[in-house]
Design a protein around this ligand. Structure first.
Ligand SMILES: NC(=O)c1ccc[n+]([C@@H]2O[C@H](COP(=O)([O-])OP(=O)(O)OC[C@H]3O[C@@H](n4cnc5c(N)ncnc54)[C@H](OP(=O)(O)O)[C@@H]3O)[C@@H](O)[C@H]2O)c1
Length: 245
């Protein structure tokens, strides 16, 4: 490949957001390494179960160099978790793993002449947890706090730690669902999207799901900000937290 912009390390490379980010970065001339739960032998994929601290340590030991951008797009998004083992495993994937990966690579590269941007992905669910989403929301809230702690850890170094908080994403699955419903009720896809969002949360001031392209653009903007991106927060959540959050 020519015109390589830099190296991106991405978790959740097979997920709704991760797979799209991977494609967008590659199309823009970046080299991408994806951490995936199970590799199907794809190019530049590394199998890593983020729910296993041993697996995370093993993979960290094999990574070399300083990526320009790290995006934590993996998530255990299960709702209604009751079992303690499942609770702990969700916390490990959503909070401990991104923290440990950023802390370890950040410490290693803190004195590097090349800058690294660490992007931690948050969720609007933290603003309105309920009985069903509570455990998941707690992992995302905890992740957000630890990302702030990392920004402090790396102040004055070549590492910048930022958070992008997302509202409902336009994932391939949602795209299919919208298309099916639109056909069934003989309305436009835009109408279905607008109606679904308005019903899901009255605080939302968006009329379409957040496009992964916007997450990509936000990441590039943060990267171009260099040191100023450290400790920053971009909310692409459609105002879902209401006026004061
Ligand atoms: N989707 C939304 O509407 C929405 C809204 C707000 C915020 N967000 C945030 O956006 C980010 C991406 O969400 P998404 O919708 O892309 O999620 P997703 O489609 O469920 O993808 C999550 C990815 O994480 C991987 N993963 C899960 N457990 C893992 C483990 N133990 N080890 C390694 N990988 C593991 C999954 O691997 P497999 O492919 O093997 O399952 C999957 O590829 C998350 O931080 C989420 O909180 C999403």
């Amino acid at each position: 490949m020519t015109n390589i912009e830099g190296h991106v390390l991405l978790t959740g490379g097979h997920g709704g957001l991760g797979a799209t980010l991977r494609r967008l970065f590659i199309n823009a001339g970046w080299q991408v390494t994806s951490l995936v739960r199970q590799s199907a032998g794809g190019i530049n994929e590394i199998a890593c179960d983020l729910g296993s601290s041993g697996d995370v340590q093993r993979v960290l030991a094999t990574l070399s160099g300083a990526p320009a951008i790290i995006v934590h797009a993996a998530v255990d998004g299960r709702r209604e978790i009751e079992d303690t083992v499942d609770l702990m495993s969700q916390y490990q994937v959503n909070c401990v793993a991104p923290y440990v990966i950023s802390r370890s690579l950040g410490d290693r590269n803190a004195d590097s002449p090349r800058r690294t941007l660490h992007v931690h992905i948050g969720s609007e669910v933290t603003f309105h947890a309920d009985a069903k989403s509570g455990p998941y929301a707690a992992t995302k809230a905890s992740h957000r706090v630890l990302a702030s702690a990392l920004a402090d850890r790396f102040r004055g170094t070549s590492q910048s730690v930022a958070t992008i908080v997302l509202g409902p994403l336009y994932t391939p699955r949602r795209c299919d669902e919208i298309s099916l419903i639109a056909q069934r009720i003989h309305k436009s896809e835009a109408y279905v999207e607008r109606t679904a969002l308005a019903r899901s949360n009255p605080d939302l001031v968006i009329s379409r799901f957040i496009r992964p392209q916007s997450v990509f653009e936000a990441t590039l903007a943060l990267w171009r900000m260099g040191e100023d991106a450290n400790g920053s927060l971009i909310r692409l959540d459609g105002g879902s937290g209401g006026s004061l959050n």
